[in-house]
Design a protein around this ligand. Structure first.
Ligand code: AMP
Length: 281
């Protein structure tokens, strides 16, 4: 595995790979790798001849007062893990190289970024689409791999790729969970032992939703109310949102229909945790 720091070098390497008719699979990340990240890399490894992973803690997707300065960083451990799963190139640009002085261009997806996580994080997705567009321009991958953990992010990226004719196949892979059901996240490290236990309410509330749907419930408010009851059993939990939306338009559903996304965000002490499930009704 080669570690590349300069965007110009990365771009030149990827251009040569394309000219040599390699298929480039790309996994953008912010590092602190866990099995969720590794599952994306393994999938890229299986379906592409060259795998590029980027590791960049992107400042523009953090809001004022969010966790940018304490976001976990573990570059050496990460590069060992990436090498183990067969990554070819680990791209680790500096903040200075990605956002030099005088930087002023942003990519924004409109409506899809104003709902769900966009309500409490109004500048987040603009940072995500900007960095992902920049990374796509550097790597020019054939396929890019994202986790369903950030389901809204995948919807937003797909829209950007479609609207801007980027011609990149977006692959979404399932949420990887800890043995007890908690969705893996770099931010789980912020939790105390007690909060870590309470954090299970996110997954439990989604299981409750699934149970209700299996027993025939189709009314979104009733499902959300039951989920709220589950989340409220966690004393440190504070609900940011629990919503049931169409899986591709993210429009609120009163009655479950078609490809449905059930998503929630809960503040648990210092961490804001998200989780979701998709159901086809
Ligand atoms: P991050 O480093 O948190 O920006 O995440 C990089 C990629 O890994 C994103 O596409 C995430 O959706 C994905 N990811 C993060 N956690 C998980 C998880 N538990 N399961 C699957 N994918 C994940």
């Amino acid at each position: 595995m080669r570690i590349i720091e300069s965007p110009e070098d990365m771009q030149r390497i990827c251009e040569n790979l394309r000219l040599a008719r390699e298929t480039i699979g790309f996994v953008p990340t912010m590092g602190a790798f866990h099995e969720g990240h590794l599952s994306l890399m393994r999938s890229a490894r299986q379906s592409c001849s060259q795998v590029v992973v980027s590791l960049f803690v992107n400042p523009t997707q953090f809001g004022a007062g969010e966790d940018l300065s304490r976001y976990p960083r573990a570059v050496e451990k990460d590069s060992a893990l990436a090498e183990q799963v067969g990554v070819d190139f680990l791209f680790t640009p500096t903040e200075q190289a990605m956002y030099p002085r005088g930087y002023e261009t942003y990519v924004e997806v409109d409506r899809l970024t104003k709902v769900l996580c966009g309500v409490s994080r109004p500048t987040h997705f603009r940072g995500v689409t900007t960095i992902v567009a920049k990374l796509f321009n550097i790597v020019r991958p054939h396929k890019a791999f994202f986790g369903q953990k950030d389901a809204q992010q995948t919807v937003v990226i797909r829209k950007m790729v479609e609207d801007l004719n980027m011609g990149i196949e977006i692959v979404e892979l399932p949420i990887v969970r800890e043995a007890d059901g908690l969705a893996m996240s770099s931010r789980n490290q912020y939790l105390s032992a007690e909060q870590r236990k309470e954090a299970l309410v996110l997954h439990k509330s989604l299981q409750e939703a699934q149970r209700l749907i299996e027993s025939g419930e189709r009314n979104a408010s009733r499902i959300i109310e039951s989920m709220e009851r589950v989340v409220r059993t966690a004393p440190h939990g504070q609900i940011d949102y629990i919503e049931i939306v169409d899986g591709s338009t993210l429009e609120t559903l009163d009655e479950l229909k078609g490809e449905t996304l059930i998503a929630l965000a809960v503040r648990m002490g210092p961490a804001r945790l998200i989780d979701n499930t998709k159901v086809r009704v």
